[in-house]
Design a protein around this ligand. Structure first.
Ligand SMILES: Cc1cc2nc3c(=O)[nH]c(=O)nc-3n(C[C@H](O)[C@H](O)[C@H](O)COP(=O)(O)OP(=O)(O)OC[C@H]3O[C@@H](n4cnc5c(N)ncnc54)[C@H](O)[C@@H]3O)c2cc1C
Length: 384
């Protein structure tokens, strides 16, 4: 059995990004095996994220914007993003770009195989895929499935259906995406539509929910159709692409380093922000830190400060407010976006704010539901 330096178990967003960062680091000549059950030859998802300046995938961005629009309960308008830009990257462009880069490296091997087992051994991380054994100094695993059913945790889902539509009339402003439009019936949940315009006649229109149950296909489609009919002056339109997804919004404790030779990455490693579902940019940030640590110390252990854990508490509190329906979600997000500057919002969501800024953010929220949520979260943490 050949021993690799690194096995990347799951060549999706996190696995491929990691392979790419390794090729950009002093570890570029290490032996790497990437295992995935699928071939990435479809535009299976579109990533949106915010960023300051230029990032690693700047050359393949599909669109980027300096402003976003927001439709809330008591506030509607455009938000100027200041030093940030809101960016959109199509899955297929990302997969092709990385594949093109990885093909330059003979030390990187890729196999299409289903992983049956990953386990720690004294010799290294051990993987069985399609009955073949593999071993490596480190296994980076993005295939581990979170349980998402433990009652002491909050286990919401962010689920959505999006259509890329091409319209008869000019009806989109290509410079102004709609980040959250709450003019849809909330039905006791958190429901909104976002609209990412490609040009005046083409956009991704996506109906999104944060709750704990999925809808029937026909319900997502009816909501999309109703939104388009009511708020977009499209004339006739055709649906060119469909995107469907479910992202966990859970505070289930995750382990990035479950054992000496295994590292979990991407959603499996807890890189999804529980309170928003945003994963792409956070994964990129964490992976770069992991690769730096590996290059400098020989170990892929990312250091986090004890104080940074306060953001996990904030995530749990917001999940609790949403899960327990302590306050209408459309009003919470309206306060969040209307009463805070975008710079502060993005720094807060990126977990880069100072404590005083966090107090300012909390001051824009209704105190009663958040106080009840705080005590409920503490009770769950102490007593399960
Ligand atoms: C439709 C959609 C849209 C999204 N949009 C955004 C967005 O706009 N912004 C954002 O920040 N996040 C978004 N996300 C969330 C998140 O960024 C993505 O889910 C992202 O792909 C997660 O990366 P990952 O590497 O953890 O998982 P994946 O990209 O899913 O990669 C896991 C890989 O492991 C492989 N695999 C799994 N099990 C096995 C097995 N047993 N054997 C072999 N291979 C296996 C899979 O084939 C897959 O390629 C979106 C998610 C979806 C589904």
């Amino acid at each position: 059995m050949r021993k690799y330096d690194f096995i990347i178990a799951g060549g999706g967003m996190a696995g491929l990004s990691l392979a790419y960062y390794l090729t950009q680091s002093p570890l570029r000549d290490r032996s790497i095996l990437i295992l995935d059950k699928d071939v990435k030859d479809r535009n299976d998802r579109t990533w949106c994220f915010w960023e300051k300046g230029e990032g690693a995938f700047e050359s393949i961005l599909f669109r980027k914007w300096n402003r976003v629009s927001f439709h809330g309960t008591t506030h509607t308008g455009a938000l100027d993003l200041g030093s940030y830009q809101y960016k959109m990257l199509r899955g297929i462009d990302f997969y092709e770009f990385i594949q093109h880069e990885l093909n330059k490296w003979p030390n990187i091997e890729q196999r299409q195989a289903t992983i049956n087992r990953i386990k720690e051994t004294p010799q290294g991380g051990f993987v069985i895929a399609d009955d073949e054994p593999y071993i490596a100094d480190y296994v980076f695993d993005s295939t581990f499935l979170l349980k998402l059913n433990q009652p002491e945790n909050h286990n919401l889902l962010q689920h959505f259906r999006g259509w890329v539509i091409k319209t008869e009339k000019d009806c989109f402003d290509p410079t102004l995406p709609e980040l959250m439009d709450f003019r849809v019936a909330q039905q006791g949940d958190c429901r909104f539509v976002y609209v990412m315009p490609f040009d005046a006649k083409t956009a991704l229109v996506e109906f999104t929910l944060f709750n704990d149950y999925l809808l029937a296909d026909t319900d997502y489609e009816a909501a999309l159709q109703q939104y388009i009919d009511q708020f977009l002056d499209t004339g006739a339109y055709e649906i060119c692409e469909v995107e469907t997804g479910v992202i966990p919004m859970s505070d289930e404790p995750t382990e990035e380093n479950p054992s000496e030779h295994i590292v979990r990455i991407g959603t499996a490693g807890g890189h999804t922000k529980p309170s928003t579902g945003y994963t792409f940019q956070r994964t990129q940030r964490y992976l770069r830190t992991i690769v730096d640590a590996l290059a400098q110390t020989g170990k892929p252990n990312r250091k986090t400060s004890w104080f940074a854990n306060r953001f996990k508490l904030y995530d749990s509190i917001l999940l609790n407010v949403l899960e327990q329906h302590r306050h209408p979600a459309d009003d919470l997000f309206t306060r969040f976006y209307a009463d805070n500057r975008p710079e502060r919002i993005f720094r807060f969501l990126d977990e880069e704010t100072r404590f005083m800024d966090e107090i300012r953010v909390f001051a824009t929220m209704p105190w009663r539901p958040f106080t009840s949520a705080f005590f409920d979260v503490m009770r769950r943490r102490m007593f399960g």
